[in-house]
Design a protein around this ligand. Structure first.
Ligand code: AMP
Ligand code: GLY
Length: 422
């Protein structure tokens, strides 16, 4: 099989790394990829959202399966475009990707399918939104309705904070049209867990749980990021709870998507809050998380490729995946200045030494090859260093042994990934 992975982050490196070992594979491409991905796949210089060029490449190269990593190409309709060209694509159609692309769509689906979630109301009028905040008070969560690169959510602890978020999103349109409407939500409290499932439209196969660390600094301080580290599985999220979420959240969502005429195929990422009243859905994403994907795939024993194919073909019902009975910790190394203004161009050494640490795998994200053959920082999140071991503590120690082998003074990471669970 010829496979094309779309994207260029640590998640896509992990996907390529997992697929590269499949006996079913004859050729692996990644668009646009990165220098780490280039070690396991042929990188193609096409942007992840240049859908017309990606379809052209897939046709010219007789690609059998396309796997988009990030949400942007999915929300833009890459699956529809590939399928129209007769090429299998393991991801939701544009209509099904509304589960991530529109908060309102997901909230209406939750209500229709009785999926436990925070109480909510949608506003297209800023004054009505402000009035709601004044009446209901804080804490309250303010969300831009559309995609805002993970930044369109404000958990407001005070009324003033909520009002200023409404100003920024609706009046000043800091997220553009994503802020044409806002969703105001009840503030949930508890522990946050991410649950991943591979879906074929009707059926879902649990891939496992992970916990992300969204803030840039130790102790959850500082601004939000795309994710500074993750561990998997999550000890406070036992298998019985995982099953309950499958039955009460994921399956009802799939059923409702079928009823709406847009069955969901691909990776479904349920962001959950474990509240005193049970698990509630915060949001769906329509793809793997980054860096959660790196942690999950390090634990996977089965071949990923046939599972992806079964999802495309609607044949997950009798499918089974096997996992190593181990923990994984993924530590993100970012360039100084991330998330606001990451410095570019610094040279990263020690990558081979890090990869030689037992149980450690290093995935590239924002890296570029320097003219001298060096690896250089070329983005915000630059590397993910993963450690795998029989328990979480050892997995963490291994991941940080990998981090410490890397010579990159201009980079930084959080030192407390997995700490909460220990
Ligand atoms: P989202 O982009 O929807 O994942 O939201 C980003 C983050 O905001 C989540 O990971 C939560 O930490 C937080 N959040 C979102 N919705 C709520 C809510 N209703 N109550 C409490 N926290 C929330
Ligand atoms: N790490 C969170 C995400 O990928 O959305």
């Amino acid at each position: 099989m010829k496979v094309l992975v779309v994207g260029s982050g640590g998640r896509e490196h992990a996907l390529c790394w997992a697929i590269a070992g499949s006996p079913m594979l004859t050729k692996l491409y990644c668009a646009p990829g990165n220098p780490g991905i280039a070690a396991v796949a042929a990188c193609v210089d096409i942007g992840a959202t240049d859908i017309a060029s990606l379809v052209g490449f897939a046709q010219d190269n007789l690609i059998d399966l396309v796997l988009p990593g990030p949400e942007a190409p999915l929300v833009a309709g890459i699956t529809d475009a590939m399928e129209a060209a007769g090429i299998a694509c393991c991801g939701p159609t544009k209509a099904a990707a509304r589960l991530e692309g529109s908060k309102t769509f997901t909230k209406e689906l939750c209500d229709a399918a009785s999926i436990p979630t925070a109480l909510w109301e949608r506003f297209e009028d800023a004054e009505a939104a402000r009035e709601f905040v004044r009446r209901r008070g804080a804490p309250v969560v303010v969300k831009a309705d559309g995609l805002a690169a993970g930044k369109g959510v404000v958990v407001a602890q005070t009324e003033a904070e909520a009002l200023s978020a409404i100003d920024a999103m609706m009046d000043r349109r800091v997220f553009g049209e994503a802020g044409a409407a806002v969703v105001l939500e009840e503030c949930l409290t508890g522990e946050e867990v991410s649950l991943f499932a591979l879906c074929d439209g009707e059926d879902a196969l649990i891939l496992g749980s992970a916990q992300d660390h969204k803030r840039v600094g130790d102790g959850d301080k500082g601004p939000n990021t795309g994710g500074m580290g993750a561990y998997s599985p999550v000890p406070s999220f036992p298998a019985v709870l995982e099953q309950a979420c499958l039955e009460q959240i994921i399956r009802p969502a799939l059923k409702e998507m079928v009823r709406l005429g847009c069955p969901f195929r691909g990776i479904l990422f349920a962001g959950l809050m474990l509240t005193a009243e049970g698990a509630k859905l915060i949001e769906f994403n329509v793809r793997f998380g980054d860096p959660e994907c790196q942690a999950l795939l390090c634990r996977m024993k089965s071949d990923l490729l046939p599972a992806l194919l079964a999802a495309c073909d609607g044949e997950l019902r009798n499918f089974d995946l096997r996992w190593h009975n181990e923990s994984a910790v993924a530590v993100v190394m970012a360039a100084r200045g991330y998330p606001d203004a990451p410095e570019r161009g610094s040279v990263i050494g020690g990558l081979d030494e890090a990869a030689a640490v037992p149980g450690v795998t290093v995935f590239h994200a924002g890296t570029a090859a320097g003219p001298d053959g060096s690896v250089r920082a070329a983005g915000g999140r630059v590397l993910t260093v993963c450690g795998v071991a029989p328990d979480l503590r050892q997995a963490r120690d291994r991941a940080y042994a990998g981090v410490d082998a890397i010579r990159w003074p201009e980079g930084f990471c959080r030192r407390d990934i997995g700490g909460k669970a220990l």
